[in-house]
Design a binder for this molecule. Structure first.
Ligand SMILES: Nc1nc2c(ncn2[C@@H]2O[C@H](COP(=O)(O)OP(=O)(O)OP(=O)(O)O)[C@@H](O)[C@H]2O)c(=O)[nH]1
Length: 326
């Protein structure tokens, strides 16, 4: 069996990872791709938002707060993938990991490089970091995770450039250069399909194999004005609200408006599948801080139900839940 390339898609909460992954899945042609989705907290919804025909190839890894050690659970997942590949006559060609928006990419790379049985069968192709230019300034100022994702990238993919001026994008590009000076930056056009983003073979194995990954990061962080505290993660909580009932559109809209007014930037990410009265299909809620949208999704596969994941700083779960379901 030949060595299987692994692409790591990372980027802060709501930066567009699932959107890009869905686009990549549309253009993968005959390639057999295994997807690993790593969601923050115990609740995952991303696997339901990935529009893949081959859902059995999507592996979920919960708890996106990855500390800087080799991840046993990730290693076990790779071993499981390996045994599936060995049993399957056609095997598979590639692994794509979508990290949680609060994950650090280095432990993922380390897990693959430092676990001998994995490094024998898997090779890191590239670490692609998505940067939401609309929210990047705030995120880089406030979240060390965002800085580290940029610092560790082999390529930076700028998203939401359609939502800000060219000047604003240039300003963000400068901030990114201060963190990771030599990395290539690409603007992603939201509605375009990308077929040339995987298989880039960008990861620098020669320097990183010598267990220097942590040092690399420390060094890159020194160039940056923000203080970086190794192993300190932003205190963030997450929970899911699940309900079999349908809601009126007015009630949901009011609930979201109140959340935005009360919690502002502490409401970091909210996304979900909504069961709204009078709608035959799923409605998909996508929210990042104060901006959100609701759009039509797929047909219901099972009985209609609402499932919303919320991620933020000290969000009061009970109040928020009761405001929606009273
Ligand atoms: N206008 C615009 N919206 C975008 C762009 N890329 C993504 N989005 C939207 O941003 C929202 C979040 O996108 P996702 O792909 O779910 O982001 P994510 O990084 O997977 O989010 P998490 O996994 O929760 O961290 C969705 O509503 C997308 O449609 C872009 O380039 N422009």
């Amino acid at each position: 069996m030949s060595v299987i390339p692994v692409t790591i898609l990372t980027g802060f909460l709501g930066s567009g990872k699932t959107t890009l992954l869905n686009q990549l899945m549309q253009t993968k042609g005959e390639e057999k791709v295994v997807i690993i989705v790593n969601e923050f907290g115990d609740t995952s919804i991303d696997h339901e938002l990935i529009l893949s025909d081959e859902r059995e190839r999507i592996f979920q890894l919960s708890n996106g707060c990855m500390c800087c050690v080799v991840r046993e659970d990730l290693a076990e997942m790779f071993l499981a993938i390996l045994s599936v590949a060995k049993d399957s006559p056609s095997g598979f060609d590639r692994v794509i990991i979508e990290t949680s928006g609060l994950a650090e990419p280095s432990p993922i790379a380390q897990t693959i490089i430092r676990t001998p049985v994995l490094s024998e069968h898997f090779v890191i192709d590239s670490i692609l970091t998505l940067v939401d230019v609309k929210n990047a300034h705030y995120q880089l100022e406030n979240y060390t995770e965002a800085v580290e994702q940029v610092a560790f990238a082999d390529k930076l993919l700028l998203t939401k450039t359609d939502q800000v001026s060219t000047q604003e994008t240039k300003k963000i590009a400068k901030e990114l250069e201060a963190i990771n000076p030599f990395v290539d930056k690409w603007k992603l056009n939201f509605n375009e399909i990308y077929s040339d983003l995987i298989g880039l073979d960008l990861f620098d194995h020669s320097s990183k194999q010598n267990s220097e990954i942590e040092n690399d990061i420390e060094h890159m962080m020194e160039n940056h004005e923000h203080h970086y505290h190794d192993h300190v993660h932003t205190p963030v909580n997450s929970f899911v609200i699940h309900s079999e009932d349908s809601f009126s559109e007015k009630h949901i809209m009011r609930w979201i408006q109140i959340l935005i007014q009360k919690y502002g930037m502490d409401l970091m990410r909210y996304k979900g599948i909504l069961n709204i009265e009078g709608n035959e299909k799923q409605l998909i809620l996508q929210g990042v801080n104060m901006a959100f949208r609701i759009e039509e999704g797929e047909e219901w596969r099972n009985d209609p139900a609402t499932k919303i994941v919320l991620i933020g700083k000290n969000l009061p779960e009970k109040n928020i839940r009761e405001m929606l379901i009273n």
